[in-house]
Design a protein around this ligand. Structure first.
Ligand SMILES: [Zn+2]
Length: 286
């Protein structure tokens, strides 16, 4: 799932490549992906792209006249920039990976795609960002928040730090992958309870958040949008690395179920060497 660093890089790429170009047309292939009716997709035609930015994990493409195309890429969504499209014939609504396509006046443009059969990518065409439900609820940006804001937000919600850190209404931008990385860098158990964290632990968590996200943004920005996906994996130390050695201490990276997914961690670095109990499994056995 694209998180803050990848979406930031996609926005950065669009700022370089698409800003100043005029839209030829916006085509919708997956009708269910577009969550708004008014303005209609035809309203984008003829407008210049004036900016591209990020709100949490949402990508925001701004067209002249304050028209925003806001996209949440969900689990398997991505943006592919095309220097040219093979045909000028409009996309046909269907089951392919392309959800929507923006054609620009120089023949280039981009496709928003979604792999797999579960279609969760959501696009909103709005003149007011407040009309996008997920954006309104976002907490402060995880990368931009200063220590005081960060600590206040984390302490405001009592729960396991893994869950609180990925709650977009607490802090925005961090998902399953980077929360594993941040907690590993901070040497904190994913199951630590937020309101019991000491000031030092919160300061360490804040520093780790900035470092992990900042490094990932840097790495991602250096890549072309089409190549970003592979880069995410190569920079990770524990996430999706179950059974592999921790690059910091050499212990084996472990996995435990969490919410409707799983998390990865290093017991030596994060939990005093003690493996975390799989609560779902133990509930089942009992
Ligand atoms: Zn380790």
């Amino acid at each position: 799932m694209p998180e803050l660093p990848e979406v930031e890089a996609l926005a950065g790429y669009l700022r370089q490549r698409a800003v100043g170009r005029r839209v030829d047309r916006l085509e919708i292939a997956a009708i269910s992906a577009l969550k708004t009716y008014e303005p209609a997709p035809t309203a984008v035609a003829g407008r210049a792209v004036v900016d591209a930015s990020r709100h949490g994990k949402f990508l925001d493409v701004l067209f002249e006249g304050d028209l925003h195309l806001v996209v949440h890429l969900a689990r398997a969504g991505w943006l592919h920039y095309r220097e040219a499209f093979p045909a000028t014939t409009p996309l046909r609504p269907g089951k392919g990976p392309i959800a929507l396509r923006v054609r620009l006046d120089d023949g280039s443009g981009f496709d928003l795609t979604e792999a797999g059969t579960q279609k969760k990518l959501a696009a909103y065409l709005v003149t007011d960002l407040a009309a996008v439900p997920g954006v309104v609820k976002l907490g402060p940006d995880a990368l931009a928040a200063d220590l005081a804001t960060f600590a206040e937000r984390l302490r405001s919600r009592r729960g396991q730090v893994k869950g609180v850190l990925t709650d977009q209404s607490v802090l925005s931008g961090v998902g399953n992958a980077y929360s594993d990385e941040i907690l590993h860098a901070a040497k904190l158990s994913p199951f630590a309870i937020t309101d019991r964290l000491t000031d030092d632990q919160l300061a360490g968590l804040h520093a780790a958040t900035r470092q992990v996200l900042g490094d990932a943004v840097e790495r991602s920005l250096g890549q072309r949008a089409a190549e970003l996906k592979g880069e995410k994996r190569s920079g990770l130390k524990v996430h999706a690395r179950t059974g592999l050695p921790c690059p910091v201490c050499g212990d084996t990276v472990r996995e435990v179920s969490f919410a409707d997914s799983s998390l990865q961690y290093c017991a030596t670095c994060q939990t005093g060497g003690k493996p975390l109990a799989d609560r779902r499994l133990s509930r089942l056995v009992r």
